[in-house]
Each structure stands twice: as C-alpha cells, then as structure tokens.
Design a protein around this ligand. Structure first.
Ligand SMILES: *Cc1c(COP(=O)(O)O)cnc(C)c1O
Length: 396
C-alpha cells in the first residue's frame, strides 16, 4: 500500500503546474534530437560545445574501458585512484591556472564536499541565486549561512562585517548563473572577501569551456588569484560526466581528507575519465568551437532583443525568457514544441517564485538558421501574448 500522502503530494504538484516528468531521447544528445518519435531542435541542453556525442569522446571512453576496465573498484582513498585520475587532475589544474585539482563524481557532490570541508562550523555567504547543490552544501556544512543579494558585493560586505572575528568564512557564488546566464562580479567579490579574510569558492559549472577562452570566470575577468577555489563540471560544455575542484594545493589536500562526498563514494570509472580527457584534447585542438559558441550567443541575444525581449548583452549562452507563472512557462514551451523546438520550462524551486521561464541555451553546433528560426518563433509568440513583455527582467 502506498501511503496517501504520496498521492496527495503528487496531486498538489499537478494542481500548481509544478509536476515534472522525464522525457527519454531516442538518440544521442545534440542540437537536433529524436524524442517522442520526432526530430526536434534542442535549445535546452548544457552541451555547449557539442561534445557529448562526439565520436572522439566515445572513443576515449572505449579505449579507457579496454585498457583499464569498466570500474575503479574502490573509493579514491582506498585503491580507487588510477593514473587516469591523477593525469586528468593535472590537466584540469592547468586549464584553471591553479596549483592542484581533485575530481568528484559530479558537480553536485563537489559542492557538497567543498562547502562541508571549508565551511564546517563557520559562516558561509551564498548568493541568493546560487545553484541547488550549493544550497544543499550550505545546509550540510552545519555552518551559519548568510544569503546575500544577487551579485551584490555591497550586501556581501555588510554581512561579512557582521561576522568579524576569527571564524572561518567562505563566500560562494556561481560564476555564470545557471538559470539567468549572468556573471558574478568576481573581481569585486574577491576584493570584499579579501578584506574580511574569507575564502572564495566560484562554481564554474556553466563557465568552464564557455567563457574566458573556455577557462572560466576568473579568466574572463583577467584575474589571477592564488587563493581562489574553483569548482567545475565535466558534464556540461566538456560533454562527459564528473566534476572537479581546483585551487591551492592545501585546499586540495584538505578536500582529500575532509570532503565526505569524495571520500565515501566509489572513484570515477575509467571510461568517464577517458571521455573527459578526450574532451580536453578537443577543446585544445578546436578553439573555433568556443568562438562559434560566442558568435551564436551574440546572434541569439541580438535576435531576441530585436524581437522585443529584454535580453542583456552578455557572453554566456544561457538566455532566460522570464514569463512569471508556471502556466505561462508551460504554455510557451508547449507552443514551441509544436513548432519543433525543445525549450524547457523552468519553474520553482529551481528559480524564485514568480519567475518561471524558458531557459534557452545555444551550442556551437547549432546552425545559425536554426537560431534565427527559434528567434522568429519566439517573436511570434510575443506578438500573440504581449503580457510576456511585462515580465520582470532577469536582473537589470
Ligand atoms: C549543473 C550544475 C552543478 C552540478 O553539476 P553536475 O556535474 O551536473 O552534478 C553545480 N552547479 C551549477 C551552477 C550547475 O549548473
């Protein structure tokens, strides 16, 4: 017997247009996907450089599987650390311009690990629009958590001032915000944090492979900062799976000793490591992918602006069309679906109440004509539903 509350909760989700389902692809991830028996233009994945289904990554995975097997056999601290882990960690540290890096099984786990290890018993200052995995990391750290106003170094400073004293302080922010596509004001955050003796952790899940020549938020701002701790994922622009934290060697060593989401889980398996390694090689061999992504980003943002959407000129391929309520986001998404575009609706708790939206993402492998077609379809929807024009701007 299923307890009644399970059905009640599902019913409540349906009643508030918050219910979610899983939609299986019938082929590989890419700018065009097969789903529900149709070919759709996909503008919702995080596969920004079109690497997820690149044959070179698949071959990297296959080769690693042939040479090293399917599994790592243990957690990292026991017998699960392979040369493959060590090599990839070195490559990732180099990509980020950091002393050292350590792998985690996912970005979610990386954020849990870094925040619990660095924040334990201290104060964590977290941007209000940070990713759910950061929110969960804050909760798990049993730290005092101060949520500061989005991308607001002045509010951050005020809160840091209230915690003057010897306790540990960690400031954590998305580098590129996952649902808004804006950038954290990292230079100002580092300055404020520096004045108050706080460590800064930047989540580069959507920045790695995308901004700063693919090297992330710090590089985008031209910052070289020895103390910065950077989390990045291998599952988005890098097309594979897994994640890492890069930073000073001492931070890496502390994570190896203290990050429970790293210690108490089986090491990343060889095929995943082989794919990630191949992704870094493609990134290096084909810098034009990042340039093409930037061009497509400009094209999409310009097109939407001309169509009347309040879209700022930013260097990130994440463009929200904020519609307000859940129903509006679902309806717009369905209308686009009928026209052959898959643009996923994003609703609370992923975004704040009243800011349900379409989250559009482009990839370097989209066809410019496909981007124009999407822009035209959205322009048409706006003409038929001008209420959307009054939707709040993401963050003016
Ligand atoms: C996706 C995402 C993560 C989680 O990374 P995974 O490797 O997918 O677990 C963490 N932070 C942000 C900002 C993200 O968008």
């Amino acid at each position: 017997m299923i307890p009644g509350w399970v059905r009640d909760e599902l019913e409540a989700l349906r009643a508030s247009d918050s219910y979610r389902t899983l939609r299986p692809l019938e082929g590989p991830c890419g700018p065009r996907v097969r789903v529900a028996g149709r070919e759709m233009l996909c503008f919702s994945s995080n596969d920004y450089l079109g690497l997820a289904a690149d044959p070179r990554l698949a071959e990297g995975a296959a080769r690693a599987a042939r040479e090293w097997g399917a599994g790592a056999g243990a957690s990292r601290l026991i017998t699960g650390t392979l040369d493959l882990h060590a090599q990839l960690e070195q490559d990732l540290a180099r990509l980020k311009g950091c002393e050292a890096a350590v792998l985690f099984s996912s970005g979610y786990q990386a954020n849990l690990g870094v925040l619990t290890a660095l924040g334990r018993g201290g104060v964590i200052l977290s941007d209000e629009l940070n990713h759910a995995s950061i929110v969960d990391g804050c909760r798990l750290a049993r730290a005092r958590v101060e949520v500061y106003r989005h991308a607001d170094p002045a509010d951050l400073e005020q809160r840091l001032r209230a915690h003057a004293g010897p306790s540990r302080k960690v400031v954590v922010t998305d580098g590129v915000f996952s649902m808004d596509g804006d950038l954290a004001p990292l230079p100002e955050i580092l300055e404020v944090a520096g004045r108050h003796g706080a460590i800064v952790v930047v989540d580069d899940a959507h920045a790695t492979g995308v901004v700063g020549n693919g090297r992330g938020t710090a590089h985008h701002f031209g910052i070289r900062h020895e103390g910065l701790v950077v989390m990045g994922t291998l599952g988005k622009a890098l097309g594979a799976f897994g994640a890492f934290v890069a930073g000073p060697r001492a931070v890496r060593d502390l994570l190896v000793n203290r990050a429970r989401s790293l210690i108490y889980t089986t090491a990343i398996p060889p095929p995943v490591l082989g794919a990630a390694r191949a992704a870094l090689e493609v990134l290096q061999a084909e810098p034009d992918r990042i340039e093409r992504l930037a061009a497509h980003t400009r094209r999409l943002r310009q097109g939407l602006r001309q169509a009347g959407f309040p879209v700022p000129d930013l260097p990130t391929p994440i463009v929200p069309v904020i519609l307000g309520g859940n129903r509006a986001a679902l309806t717009w998404s369905e209308k686009l679906w009928d026209r052959g575009f898959w643009v996923h609706p994003i609703r609370p708790p992923t975004v704040p109440e009243g800011t349900s939206r379409l989250r559009i993402t482009v990839s370097s492998e989209h066809d410019p004509a496909d981007i124009d077609a999407l822009t035209e379809a959205l322009a048409e929807l706006l003409r038929s539903d001008p209420a959307a024009r009054q939707a709040p701007e993401a963050h003016p």
